[in-house]
Ligand binder design. Structure first.
Ligand code: ADP
Ligand code: MG
Length: 617
């Protein structure tokens, strides 16, 4: 009498298997990941039972996983010494929907023209991935429960399955895959080795392939920090980052709330983007209980942290969540927010503890932080703390934080001021800087073309508004009136005259309250632009450059000798005065970096020189 029982798969499982068998041709290698992760789960469960004092069958057998390839027979066999399955387990786990997600998975699969094999593990149906590559699947299993017996589960071409007793099985499960003709490559040891190492390098149970122990890398992120040496950390870094240098910074942390996270993150010494290597790819791998879910996981960190390397392990993630579903997973968003916040906090702490390391980091990666300020509202405040600039209060080459700036602010200063300039010398001699110097207000000097946009986005820091020096509404403390200084009415009249002379070239002409040493300055009448932003716009939109030109206002310094004399000669020698007026205007534009072609003014300048020399001669 035959003891073989024939079973049908549950309708949904059958439907799933039909798709798996007939429609999936790519990424089939993930069956290795699925079966090894099941084997590791089984070993993990056994370890748990043993550690909680339960008697198990064959306690002397150590936990482990072996993989065998046989190219003559065309088989791959994966064996574990884990908990094993009873008859009831086999029927329940390998024949019915044990997981509510199967329907959703089927819907996903059916909707896609090319079903994505990577999805398969996500809904708790990873075992069935075996049918992507195998025409016949045999499962030999002996439960850990001492009074149980062994069973053979077989399914050919997924048309139902059979179960029969199997004598003399050791504890655990063995899965034998009879490979389809087009999947025979998986009997090659090299192929299988590559796949196992790709997905299962950090499985905490030993894995053997054809009798050779595969050098699994220890999942050091799960160990406690004080047990791990720098050398171990560094070699792990070199492994995950494919780098030959040691990392610049390292963060190893564990959190339980709001999510269970173990993370080991590294910052490489070099930002390859600065070396013109093109845009970097994200480089943090996502694990769930030491099983790889996704390498170079997208959306695990914001794009501006793409330089990070390392590992994040969260047991709160469903195992084998797919790339596609990851993208809009609320869980992933939460993980992203928590991880990013933690990393930024780490950077801030590093800046406090190890200034030299932070300086080095900032020199390499400041652009990434700035990108963050401009694109990431959630972390803007934390990012603001990390910015560093030269300022009028620092020495050349030394950087200050906004927090330090705020601490130095005198009581009457309400805003944080910044000035974009190509370098320190230009900043210090800028007419826009004069009023700050006269009032003793610190000004941040911004040398990177992006900085002004960054400041616009940051908008405020510690509740202090950030203000471009050009836009500051500040009056200098008026110095004692000088002899010859223009009276208010004289100055107004001169402004009016200048507006007539420079009609097409300027917007309004005003008397300035912010100039000390410069005769005049050009100012954007558009309150949203500064001259350096305008410079940027001009290069970006060449065709609109003329329109942008129209908006410049001119401000006069009524105390400056050039302005005082100009007012005098406009009555006696108007043609000369007109020439000087144009030159004053051009000079102001030079100071703002807005004169496109200085050669055009050379002719006038030479005429003026000639006149000066003639007068003297
Ligand atoms: P999941 O692993 O997400 O539960 P799978 O389809 O991969 O889904 O596996 C279904 C179930 O089959 C597992 O939950 C487990 O109970 C059982 N199983 C699969 N492989 C093994 C194994 N090697 N040892 C013991 N049980 C297993
Ligand atoms: Mg599984």
């Amino acid at each position: 009498m035959s003891t073989t029982e024939k079973h049908h798969f549950q309708a949904e499982i059958q439907q799933l298997l039909d798709i798996v068998i007939h429609s999936i041709y790519t990424d089939r290698e993930i069956f290795v990941r699925e079966l090894i992760s099941n084997a590791a789960d089984a070993c993990e469960k056994l370890r748990f039972l043993q550690s909680s004092g339960q008697a198990v069958y064959q306690p002397e057998i150590k936990s482990g996983i072996t993989v065998k390839t046989d190219d003559k027979a065309g088989t791959v066999t994966i064996t574990d010494t884990g908990v094993g399955m009873t008859h009831a387990d086999l029927v329940e786990n390998l024949g019915t929907i044990a997981h509510s997600g199967t329907k959703a998975f089927l819907k996903q699969l059916a909707e896609n023209q090319k079903p994505d094999a990577r999805l398969i593990g996500q809904f708790g149906v990873g075992f069935y991935s075996a049918f992507m590559v195998a025409s016949k699947v045999t499962v030999l299993s002996r439960s850990h429960t001492p009074e149980e017996q062994g069973w053979r589960w077989t399914s050919e071409n997924a048309g139902g399955y059979e179960i029969e007793p199997a004598a003399d099985l050791p504890r655990g499960t063995q899965i034998i895959l009879q490979l389809k003709d087009d999947a025979k490559d998986f009997t090659q040891e090299d192929t299988l080795k590559r796949v196992v190492q790709r997905y299962s390098s950090f499985i905490q149970f030993p894995i053997e392939l054809n009798g050779t122990h595969l050098n699994t890398i220890q999942a050091i992120w799960g160990r406690s920090k004080n047990e791990i040496t720098d050398a171990e950390y560094n070699s792990f870094y070199q492994y995950v980052a494919h780098d030959h240098e040691d990392p610049l910074l390292r963060l190893h942390f564990t959190a339980d709330a709001p999510l269970a996270i173990q993370a080991l993150l590294f910052v490489p010494q070099k930002n390859w983007e600065n070396l013109g290597m093109g845009r970097m790819e994200t480089g943090v791998n996502l694990y769930c209980k030491k099983v790889l879910i996704q390498d170079h996981a997208k959306n695990l960190f914001p794009d501006w942290l793409r330089f990070l390397r390392g590992v994040v392990d969260s047991e709160d993630l469903p195992l084998n969540i797919s790339r596609e579903t990851m993208q809009d997973s609320a869980l992933l968003k939460k993980l992203n927010t928590v991880l990013t916040g933690r990393f930024l906090k780490f950077l801030d702490e590093t800046a406090g503890k190890d200034a030299a390391a932070y300086e080095k980091f900032y020199a390499e990666y400041s652009r990434c932080l700035k990108e963050g300020v401009a694109t990431d509202f959630t972390h803007r405040e934390a990012l603001g703390k990390l910015l560093r600039y030269e300022s009028s209060a620092t020495e050349k080459g030394k950087l200050t934080s906004l927090a330090e700036y705020v601490k130095r602010m005198p009581a009457d200063q309400k805003e944080i001021f910044y000035l974009q300039a190509p370098n320190r010398e230009t900043a210090e001699s800028s007419p826009y800087y004069e009023v700050f110097q006269s009032r003793g207000y610190e000004v941040l000097f911004l040398y990177d073309g992006w900085d002004e946009f960054v400041m616009e986005h940051l908008h405020q820091f510690e509740e202090k508004p950030l203000r471009a020096a050009e836009k500051a509404e500040l009056d200098i403390t008026p110095p004692a009136a000088k002899e010859g200084e223009l009276s208010d009415s004289e100055a107004e009249a001169l402004a009016k005259w200048l507006k007539e002379k420079l009609a097409n070239q300027v917007g309004a002409v005003r008397v300035s309250k912010r100039l000390v040493n410069s005769p005049a300055v050009v100012v954007e009448s558009d309150r949203h632009l500064t001259s350096s932003m305008k410079r940027m716009l001009k290069t970006l939109q060449k065709d609109k450059a003329d329109q942008l030109e129209d908006k410049l206002d001119l401000e006069l310094n009524p105390r400056h000798p050039v302005i005082v004399r100009l007012n005098k000669i406009r009555q006696s020698d108007e043609p000369l005065a007109a020439k000087v007026a144009e030159q004053v205007h051009d000079n102001a534009r030079v100071a703002a970096g807005l004169l496109d072609d200085p050669r055009l003014m050379l002719k006038r300048l030479n005429e003026l020189l000639e006149q000066v020399l003639t007068a003297k001669g």
